[in-house]
Design a protein around this ligand. Structure first.
Ligand code: SF4
Length: 407
């Protein structure tokens, strides 16, 4: 990861182009679309005052913006046409869109003294570009023209400058661990979890002073191949406890009934979960589902192991760049968030009907699983609930994070 770029981006962002009417989804549903005063002026010029009031709602209590686009009962933006396309865009052009619609799925953030452009996996086209290519996440020079609305970037925030100061070194190190050659992804994730555990006592949001020396010490341990081998060896016999796996499965089962505002996501879960049930056994215990899942996973990894490594390895690197650790209270919380997302998505991918047919089916399923999950994680409380489940079961610990790498 180069710190010398004025604007840093990655290959998939350079390659990205919205595929509009060829897209299997749209960007207009299920979430709050903030309308800032400058967005409102643009919409007013395009739509006129009468139409404008029909399509925005006032949100005086929102910290984001004083208004938002009105959503219909199906949770789509009220300006989405029956063809699924945005009427503002099609009739008035991109210049009339609110900033967030114009830029999505790209995002410009200031990190230290550099700007970064990344893009969200909640867009299926971004998922396609990121997940299956060895060099999708290679670093590239960015350019303001890559964003329709280049504007002063949001700064990556944290209350503690001590926690923020080594941001480039820490992210580089996490990526270094995630790309170490000759290790499996599970082994690389184990090293990341162990590093997070070893920094928990001194590297956190409330920390003060110079955190560089103890951080460097924790990082240096990993430059020693004997240290890495010992760590991997010590955990090689460990298996994920079935009740940890089952609590995740239960959370997924619960979601199929509780998220009415995310019909595509609940449809995805229903599709995956019904593969564990049949007419004779409509109510299999979670323990049986877990055992069936483990058998399927072993079979799929036999055939598609390399593809799983690529998909979830790229997912993890994208996570480090797009969702920086400074948003979490410490690296252990951050690692657990990453690992629980991988676990939930992997469960859905292994369970997806027909994903094991061939590589094309697996990739198609992976895009659907990951973009749908990322949309839902962004706009619901699933991840905090999942984190709460792990905490209640005593897994928000260094040992818990390391066990999650076995999922
Ligand atoms: S989800 Fe992505 S590819 Fe699809 S319409 Fe939106 S920006 Fe374009």
């Amino acid at each position: 990861m180069s710190a010398n770029f004025d604007i840093l981006t990655q290959r998939y962002v350079v390659q990205f182009e919205c595929i509009a009417d060829r897209c299997e989804d749209d960007c207009c549903g299920g979430w709050n679309i903030p309308v800032k005063p400058s967005d409102e002026s643009r919409l007013l010029a395009a739509l006129g005052p009468t139409k404008l009031v029909q399509h925005i709602v006032r949100t005086p209590n929102s910290a984001q913006a004083p208004a938002a686009m009105k959503l219909c009962s199906n949770e789509r933006c009220s300006l989405q046409g029956s063809d699924g396309l945005c009427q503002v865009h099609s009739k008035h052009g991109q210049q009339a869109l609110p900033d967030i619609c114009a830029d999505y799925p790209r995002r410009l953030v200031q990190v230290d003294n550099r700007l970064e452009i990344t893009a969200a996996l909640s867009c299926p086209e971004v998922s396609r570009l990121v997940l299956f290519s060895e060099d999708a996440l290679a670093f590239e020079h960015g350019d303001p023209s890559m964003l329709p609305r280049p504007k002063p970037a949001q700064r990556m925030l944290t209350r503690s400058s001590s926690y923020y100061e080594p941001v480039n070194d820490v992210r580089s190190f996490l990526i270094q661990l995630l790309t170490l050659p000759h290790y499996t992804l599970k082994e690389r994730l184990l090293m990341l979890a162990f590093f997070a555990k070893s920094t928990r006592s001194f590297f956190h949001l409330e920390a003060e002073g110079n955190l560089g020396p103890p951080l460097l010490q924790s990082m240096q341990n990993f430059s020693n191949s004997a240290f890495r081998a010992e760590l991997i060896n010590a955990f090689s016999g460990e298996e994920i406890p079935s009740h940890l796996g089952m609590s995740l499965v239960e959370r997924v089962l619960h979601l199929s009934t509780s998220l009415r505002k995310q019909p595509k996501f609940t449809g995805l879960i229903a599709k995956a979960v019904t593969t564990y049930f049949d007419g004779d056994s409509p109510e299999r215990p979670t323990r049986v589902v877990w055992e069936m899942y483990r058998e399927r996973e072993a079979r799929m990894l036999d055939t598609f192991g390399d593809e799983f490594e690529l998909i979830f390895g790229n997912f993890a690197i994208h996570f480090v760049m797009h969702a920086p650790y400074t948003n979490s209270e410490n690296l252990l919380t951050y690692a657990i968030l990453l690992l629980s997302q991988i676990a939930m998505q992997k469960f859905l991918l292994v369970s997806y009907p027909g994903a094991d047919r061939d590589i094309e089916s697996l990739r198609k399923a992976a895009v659907e699983v990951i973009y749908q999950c990322q949309r839902t994680f962004l706009h619901t409380e699933i991840l905090p609930h999942l984190y709460g489940d792990l905490k209640d079961n005593g897994y928000v610990t260094g040992a818990g994070a390391m066990l999650l790498t076995k999922f």
